[in-house]
Ligand binder design. Sequence first.
Ligand code: SF4
Length: 445
Amino acid sequence: MGAGILEERKESILVKDHCSGNGKGIQCETQSVSGAVSQRACVYCGARVVLNPITDAYHIVHGPIGCASYTWDIRGSLSSGSDIYRNSFSTDLRELDVIFGGEKKLTAAIDEIVALHKPKLIFVYATCIVGVIGDDIEAVCKAASTKYNLCVIPIKAPGFSGTKTLGYKMACNAIMEVIKPHVQAGQIKKGINILGDFNLAGEMWIIKNYFDKIGVKVVSTITGDASYDTLIQASTAELNIVQCAGSSTYLATRMEEELNIPYIKVSFFGVEDTTSSLLRVAQAVGDAETLARTETFVQEQSKIAQEFLEKYKRNFIGKKAAIYVGGGFKAISLIRQFNEMGIKTVVVGTQTGKKEDYDIIESLVEDDTVILDDTNPAELEKFMKEKEADILVGGVKERPLAYKLGIAFCDHNHERKHALGGYEGVINFTQEVNLTMNSPVWRYL
Ligand code: SF4
């Protein structure tokens, strides 16, 4: 595999060829290797990324102020109602709190929020130092819940306690704590919940609009543009559809087991995935009329998106893409979407992909494609240079790397400000990839 790759990382890198790998597939779902600067965020960030889009929730970060810098300002989730989630609250633990404990400070922070804002829902995140000093945030939250008859949910998420995936799981458990007290026996189930879409640049609204057009009721959105009042209705849906599988499959599994709501995995990135997802939902919950309406709708929309795409295809001839994103579902959709555009994927990786995701990825890419789990800038640089990628699709942490290497970049993460989901997203993505990849600036490097 060559210089610059740590020995312990070699099993997490797969080069697809006729006899690729050691027969066991890529190593994934493990802790990051010491010495490799992982592109992954911490456990706390994993929990926060899932819960932050709940628009009227109060997020108290119990820890030093640095952890609280992870705010709405660096995320792109939008709201049709409350904008409380755009604020960050922190107990701002200092040295004396670390020595004497921070429980009183946390109690005071909850009391202050209740007095000033009359919240319906509070999440309390314990970050690294709280995991070390052992503040009993469960007891503090329970006392506050009882005192104020309010949903105050502790999330014990010190960054060192696992990977970002553990943070996702904690967020899913927290959502179940919101939903479960409102489950009633004999509830009539109708409509769907959309899981794992965070309303980045209004994508949830685009998808909800499609369901409105085809006549499928959306009960709860989890968590893009969610509110406490909509979340507590989630148990009345007949089907969960899961977009970001990495963050939300665990929640879907719990809802299936405990609330009897089955789920299907979907994706609204690219023409092919958007069309097949809408059809599968219509088949699952709709009648013959709904299905017919959906078929007409996807035919019309695909035609518009495909015709648009065709006009740009000549600009993409011979171009090669590198993909590094959070979860496997997005990587899979992006490979398909690049295929639709006539762009070859030469490097592809994820922060939290699972074995089954990597099996699909391997089946979709051509020989010699480099597949990476939990990579680092050094590896990304090496493989993007070797494979002569023309564009990197990633998030905020990958952007500087691409620009330093003189490679075009497209942001497909939570901080972006324009929609890439649905048929509208196909048009935006095509335009953005074309603009950045074919910019004259690259000629002056
Ligand atoms: S690793 Fe620990 S200290 Fe750093 S942001 Fe995450 S929780 Fe906070």
